[in-house]
Design a protein around this ligand. Sequence first.
Ligand SMILES: Cc1cc2nc3c(=O)[nH]c(=O)nc-3n(C[C@H](O)[C@H](O)[C@H](O)COP(=O)(O)OP(=O)(O)OC[C@H]3O[C@@H](n4cnc5c(N)ncnc54)[C@H](O)[C@@H]3O)c2cc1C
Length: 577
Amino acid sequence: MKYHTYDAVVVGAGGAGLRAAIELTDVASVAVVTKLYPTRSHTGAAQGGVCAALGNTEEDHWEWHMFDTVKGGDYLVDQDAAEVMCREAIDEIYELEHMGLPFNRTPEGLIDQRRFGGHTRNFGEGPVRRACYAADRTGHMILQTMYQQSVKHDVHFYNEFHVFDLILSEDGRAAGVVAYELATGEIHIFHAKAVLFATGGFGRAFRVTSNAQTLTGDGMAVVYRRGIPLEDMEFYQFHPTGMYKMGILLSEAARGEGAILRNGLGERFMERYAPTLLDLAPRDMVTRAIYQEIREGRGAEGKDYVYLDLRHLGKQVIDEKLPDITDFVRTYFHIDPAKDLVPIQPTAHYAMGGIPTDIDGRVVTDEKNTPLPGLYAAGETACVSVHGANRLGTNSLLDILVFGRRAGAHMAKFVKENDLPPLPKDAGERVQQMLDGLLKANGHESVAKIRTDLQRDMMDLAGVYRTAEGLTKMQGILGELRERYQHIGLQDRGSLFNAELVDAVELGFLLDCSEALVSSALAREESRGGHYREDFPKRDDQRFLSHTLAYKRDNGQIELRYKPVVITRFQPKERKY
Ligand SMILES: Cc1cc2nc3c(=O)[nH]c(=O)nc-3n(C[C@H](O)[C@H](O)[C@H](O)COP(=O)(O)OP(=O)(O)OC[C@H]3O[C@@H](n4cnc5c(N)ncnc54)[C@H](O)[C@@H]3O)c2cc1C
């Protein structure tokens, strides 16, 4: 084993991790440990925009943005966190601009802004232009800008290092992480005063997803195995417009620029479901509307998809504002979005739940929000909770920037005030044992087959529509998949670039995240945001205006507890758009 000592370790080099690292480097020694080369992180795939109430093209206010975020999240949003995010958004965007991010511009030279789902003027009157963007490559530009800044600030990177465990000291502080180096098979102990998890989401639990192969919920599962709860895991977002059968995302920016959804009869069906915001209603509603059309026989060609219609936008808008996504359509479907209707279906996209944190990124471990000293989380892996039951488009890139920065700033203070916690003698033991076991695994089960079965059944039984029957069945299936996981066999027993070994560990992480999701979803007998129970179709604020905390106990059982939602400015109301 190799040992490294830093003031702070950041796990993950997406937008959240890099934003935190930039904040830390001038005051602390910091290592960024990442399983991907930084610029391959999934933030780079984000397309449509990052929102802030700049008011550059029409009147806007952060209070309107906060209202939309709370309402969009079906009132499960912690309003103290939403207020911080929407207020600080404005400075954050200007800071990005000063770092060199090439935003699209208005003719006057201001940062241009466009419409996105659920973002409205004057508390819901109609759509507002709030999303700042760089064509449909906003995430790519953010990631490149952050990476350049990290290089400028001499951040120390450990690329293609997979973190498999969190080290806790005997007095209950975070003391570092254990990582597996892909190139050599060596185990590395990173001993630190503070640790941040910024490891992204777990869309790979589902069959049709916009998420890359690498989004397997590692950070969530690592802390969950250490007794830290996962919050609101039942709230998983399906984005309405994935490319049919492939799941590749066609950003909401398309609808922000004026594209519309049509069913098999050619009808603009959103007129029936959201008369004010139409195609720009929040994602949970649009996704269910698409399924409803399909269920009632109005899918395209009688099948399980509908159309995105961009034909009226004209070639100039398509080429200048939506170049990447329209290129995907040409490449994969061999059709021309300027002339043809584009087949789409909802795609598993974003985890609203994750590792519970406060507004400074500190991981909290119970319903009283007790922080675990030295442990932080930010970005999609965290639940602060600004997205509640349903995230609005462009609020995630904002979340990673605002809360990445805030977590970094708090860590900087923490590492100044605290000593290095003692390293437990057996720090790398659990990982060593897990890897030794996997390297000897010679069972008859295949990792790929278990993963495919997991993805298929999660999509069908724990996807957009859920019932007690389906979720209970899924719990049983997860038990069987776990049993099969005990009997996997690996072909590669080597130590150099053993991707098969990593796949096996990641499957274990996906199983953990799926278990937490299904148990939390089964217990939540209501429908709210992205969690829709056909057997409980109404929201139930009496019983469920609260966050779920799912704990994995030593006996393997999951314990669920609940904590109150923070409500400050906006009282819960029925959502209408
Ligand atoms: C196609 C697509 C389009 C999107 N468009 C938008 C948009 O327009 N606007 C918006 O607001 N949001 C958008 N989103 C959502 C948003 O992009 C993501 O939620 C956000 O970028 C996540 O950033 P992150 O820093 O939390 O994680 P990521 O960018 O996913 O980074 C995770 C990092 O963790 C590392 N990591 C993971 N596991 C380990 C491990 N075990 N050990 C070491 N390192 C590890 C990875 O290497 C990576 O560096 C989009 C998402 C997708 C999929």
